[in-house]
Design a protein around this ligand. Structure first.
Ligand code: ADP
Ligand code: MG
Length: 710
């Protein structure tokens, strides 16, 4: 019977879970950063002058002195060898969404011996044969090479496997003509753009030139399911999500999983993940159960944006690999289970000017003025470019999540919380308002009422929420690289900062505060339509949002189109973040990926329906029909009526299944909408069948098994 494998899987998990009481070796804080060529390692292995030059590049963004590359490479190699590495790779982030590596050993044959060597050139530049990475036409075949270039601001690290280790050098990935083929290059450019704009804006407040640091703390959600079940689900194997599966009676409605005690087996896994991450100098901090059964979250302490993005790529990799070692599979898909919460990646973002967090309301009037100016600029940026933020979080997986009942809606709006909204109101109404707490708020003169952090953080339905000293962009999907959303955010805020700086720099010194007040009033009036503190899940909100003129792109296809709009291309060109061809190529790559994934889902669904579901259901039908016949042959009347009723009902679903299969087969060569609709139709029938076909015949592990047996 087809479910034997399923029952075996359940048995195996039961045996496994009864045997995981032994804790993995606990993480010691001493291991933190031991596999990173960090400040301490550089100091130890580099000559003093070289060390200082390299630090200047890392800390202050000074141009890298090519002269020192040889010494840095040598020191890196010595350090890596002392940590057990024998190979190195340039580690980069092509547009596939994951990371890429091409390993070379340090080996250099020397007569009948060999030595280990690593040159400055090997460090600075790599030439992977890159013709198979998506480039959206940026690399015609005659210039198929891509170049990887060392990013000294993200430290090299060591990746370990069973019997060896590899030195990984974070790099940017470009074409022969200098076009970005990756996610890191535009990110670095956008950080530079925002940094410049922040400096221009802060100069208006008379602040001296300081280092600008964009910060990111990404909260990573994921599911864990037992590998035994995973291997019996071709849909999970091939698409990362279940294309079929009826929601079980109990799933998340009791909310008994959220923040609940973590199962020992999972805790062991989490401990191991932390150990691996700490070795890599990744400050994993928070771990807990999420809302859905078998769903969890990991949050690190925030870091500088470029580093945080690299680290999040490693977090996802470590989660996946460690899961394998513990007999799990880590699902990073945005919506692996229909009807059950999906997974996102909350993007906590802020900007520091020197030591000052520009999104910290501060305690004196001058700090408040800077905070409110920054805030108003961000309000303007998000209102002007909500569509770009939406475009940054597109993808087949996230399409299923956004707008579902637990994730932010596809309409981008901004949540400020009651207190801050009141401040903004007062600011807008200026002299005419009566403040709750007396008088009119005057910029640069009054202090803000204290904004308690907790009170700002409780609206979970907003896609873009102010949470005390940072903005939390909640629309990004769990599997997505952090780069895309932050490239957008940095660029649109850079533009808004520049507009603000241009206006402010014209104010006479004596009237600065009064004029600033007036200008912020104007900005608020113009852009407050983006602010929404209510329930983002409420259907009325979608209507109201439409009334306010906020864009609502429900699908990837609609959302991506804004990348090709002339004004957007001009914006990214102005800030040197994307060239026109780079924007066009991204549009092409993302569209193509979307189409391919939709088609794969269609093909997998059809195959499962034909080769697993139909046979199981028709075998049951046959058995029923045979029983009816045999009962008749021996003149038994009782039971036949109910058998007939079941056979008829099952027969009707079998016909429906055959019809839906045919519809999907017809849709496959057509457009993505047709395929998506056909897969959804087929799913309804299959999920209905799951409730009718005997458990002992059902071939696919059920939701209740995947979500509760681990
Ligand atoms: P939550 O209630 O959403 O769990 P937390 O306070 O735990 O909020 O923060 C979530 C994430 O935000 C963490 O990764 C944290 O390090 C990060 N974070 C905190 N302050 C900042 C900041 N100034 N810039 C960027 N991220 C930050
Ligand atoms: Mg959060």
């Amino acid at each position: 019977m087809s479910s034997e494998k399923r029952y075996d899987a359940i048995k195996s998990v039961a045996e496994l879970t009864s045997d995981v009481r032994v804790a993995a070796s606990p993480a010691s804080i001493d291991i933190y950063g031991e596999d990173v060529f960090n400040f301490a390692a550089m100091q130890k292995h580099l000559p003093k002058a070289t060390f200082e030059k390299l630090q200047a590049t890392i800390e202050r963004g000074a141009a890298l002195d090519p002269e020192i590359a040889g010494e840095v490479a040598h020191a890196m190699k010595e350090w890596a060898i002392s940590r057990g590495a024998t190979s190195y790779t340039h580690w980069f982030q092509p547009l596939t969404g994951s990371t890429a590596e091409k390993h070379d050993s340090f080996l250099e044959p020397d007569g009948c011996h060999a030595i280990l060597s690593f040159s400055g050139k090997n460090l600075i530049l790599g030439e992977p044969d890159a013709s198979s990475f998506p480039s959206g036409g940026l690399r015609s075949t005659f210039e198929a090479r891509g170049y990887t270039a060392w990013d000294p601001t993200s430290p090299a690290f060591i990746k370990r496997h069973g019997n060896g280790a590899t030195l990984c050098i974070p790099t940017a990935f470009c074409s022969y003509t200098g076009e970005a083929l990756d996610r890191k290059t535009p990110l670095l450019r956008s950080i530079q753009a925002l940094s410049g704009a922040a400096k221009r804006l802060m100069a208006c407040f008379g602040l001296p030139d300081e280092k600008v640091t964009v910060t990111l703390g990404p909260e990573q959600e994921y599911f864990l399911i037992d590998k035994h079940f995973y291997l019996l689900r071709p849909d999970l194997l091939q698409t990362g999500r279940t294309l079929f599966g009826a929601p079980p009676a109990k799933h998340q409605q009791l909310e008994d999983h959220y923040f609940g005690a973590i199962k020992t087996r999972v805790l062991n896994f989490m401990n191991e993940v932390e150990r691996e991450l700490w070795k890599l100098g990744i400050p994993a901090k928070t771990r807990h159960n999420e809302v859905a059964p078998a769903q969890f979250e990991l949050a690190p302490v925030f870091e500088e944006l470029n580093l945080a993005c690299d680290h999040n790529m490693l977090v996802m990799e470590v989660l996946r690999q460690t899961a394998e070692r513990y007999g799990f599979v880590c699902l990073m898909h945005e919506k692996p289970f229909a009807g059950i919460n999906g997974s996102g990646k909350h993007n906590n973002w802020s900007i520091n000017y020197g030591d000052r967090n520009l999104l910290n309301p501060g305690s004196d009037p001058d700090e408040n003025a800077i905070f409110l100016t920054t805030l108003c600029a961000i309000i303007e940026a998000v209102d002007r470019h909500a569509d770009l933020l939406r475009a940054a979080v597109t993808g087949v997986g996230n399409d299923h999540r956004l707008g579902a009942n637990e994730a932010p809606p596809a309409v981008i709006s901004m949540y400020l919380g009651d207190q801050l909204s009141e401040v903004i109101d007062q600011l807008e109404k200026g002299g005419h308002s009566s403040r709750k707490h007396g008088g009119t708020l005057r910029i640069g003169v009054d202090t803000l009422p204290p904004l308690p952090r907790d009170a700002t953080d409780r609206n979970r339905t907003s896609p873009f929420a102010f949470t005390g000293n940072k903005f939390e962009f909640r629309a990004p999907g769990s599997s997505q690289s952090c780069s895309g959303p932050n490239v957008m955010l940095n660029t649109i805020v850079a533009e808004a900062f520049d507009r603000m700086a241009e206006t402010l720099s014209a104010f006479p010194k004596k009237e600065f505060n009064a004029q600033l007040q007036k200008h912020l009033q104007k900005v608020i009036k113009e852009h407050k339509k983006i602010i929404f503190n209510g329930d983002g899940y409420a259907p009325e909100w979608l209507k109201e949002a439409a009334g306010r003129g906020l864009p609502n792109f429900r699908t990837t296809m609609d959302a991506l189109k804004v990348l090709t709009r002339e004004d957007n291309i001009a914006l990214f060109e102005k800030y040197g973040v994307f060239r026109r061809r780079e924007m066009e190529s991204r549009y092409e790559v993302f569209m193509e990926e979307y189409h391919r994934r939709v088609r794969i889902e269609g093909e997998v669904a059809l195959e499962i329906a034909r080769t697993m579901i139909y046979p199981a259901a028709s075998a049951e039908f046959e058995a029923l029909v045979r029983a009816i016949g045999e009962a008749g042959a021996v003149n038994i009347a009782s039971g036949v009526k109910s058998l007939k009723k079941r056979a008829a009902a099952l027969g009707a679903e079998l016909d429906a299944l055959a019809r839906d299969e045919e519809a999907l087969a017809q849709a496959l060569p057509k457009k993505h909408e047709n395929i998506l609709a056909a897969v959804a139709g087929l799913r309804e029938t299959v999920d209905e069948l799951e409730k009718m076909v005997p458990d002992s015949r059902w071939p696919l592990p059920k939701y209740r098994e995947m979500l509760f047996v681990y």
